[in-house]
Write a protein that binds this ligand. Structure first.
Ligand SMILES: Cc1cc2nc3c(=O)[nH]c(=O)nc-3n(C[C@H](O)[C@H](O)[C@H](O)COP(=O)(O)O)c2cc1C
Length: 200
């Protein structure tokens, strides 16, 4: 059995220690990310996932505005300092991918296909997963680390304003990426017997 894909799967990990030392040009990174998203499947091929790729000060701005936004949400000064440290780690990355769902497409699908109307919101989330996982794994294949964050919906308004985001795009995740400065931690797996059932 071929297991190149399985090996690649294992290579994709949550990398928190990210840096700016990437040999790839921005244009190569953009092509890789865009291609991975375009090839990820979606229900009815409705292509609901949108992405904004931030480099340079646009990337810095995201993590600065997140720090500013979280100030009033974190209960104590000590907790806020911890939050700032975490956010500084994301800012130390090379760039960030913002993932959105085009809710106008979801709504239109709900109207056009009433029989499946109850599914389209879930399907758009599943399409997000496909896209995010594809990008995360394609980055890993190229030796680029990434992690996945969810400061939405707290930062939605700031992000929309800063990057001219259409009204109908809903922020679903933030993926900082960059050079791998430290390996991922250990990862545990639940027992196969509790997860799988085989009938043969
Ligand atoms: C849907 C989803 C949401 C996640 N949200 C976060 C998050 O908000 N912050 C974070 O640090 N990691 C987040 N993660 C990363 C997981 O914690 C991580 O993938 C998991 O622990 C397995 O580790 P691995 O990515 O190294 O395989 C998320 C992962 C998924 C798939």
């Amino acid at each position: 059995m071929e297991n190149q894909f399985i090996q690649l799967q294992a290579k994709r990990r949550t990398i928190y220690a990210l840096g700016k030392k990437l040999p790839q040009a921005n244009s190569e990174l953009v092509t890789l990310i865009e291609t991975a998203i375009k090839n990820a499947p979606s229900a009815f091929n409705n292509q609901t996932t949108r992405a904004v790729i931030l480099f340079n000060h646009y990337h810095d701005d995201l993590w600065d505005m997140t720090a500013e936004r979280l100030k009033s949400e974190v209960p104590t000064e000590a907790a806020y300092q911890k939050t700032l440290e975490k956010l500084a780690g994301f800012k130390a990355a090379y760039g960030t991918i913002l993932y959105f769902t085009d809710t106008a497409v979801v709504k239109q699908n709900e109207t056009d296909f009433p029989l499946y109307a109850a599914n389209f919101a879930d399907w758009s989330e599943q399409a997000q997963g496909n896209a995010q996982y594809s990008v995360w794994t394609a980055l890993a294949e190229n030796g680029i680390g990434a992690n996945l964050q969810h400061y939405n919906p707290l930062i939605d308004d700031q992000v929309a304003q800063a990057y001219d985001i259409p009204e109908n795009w809903r922020l679903r995740g933030q993926m900082p990426f960059g050079s791998i400065e430290a390996a991922a931690g250990d990862k545990g797996f639940m027992a196969d017997a509790d997860r799988f059932k085989i009938f043969e």
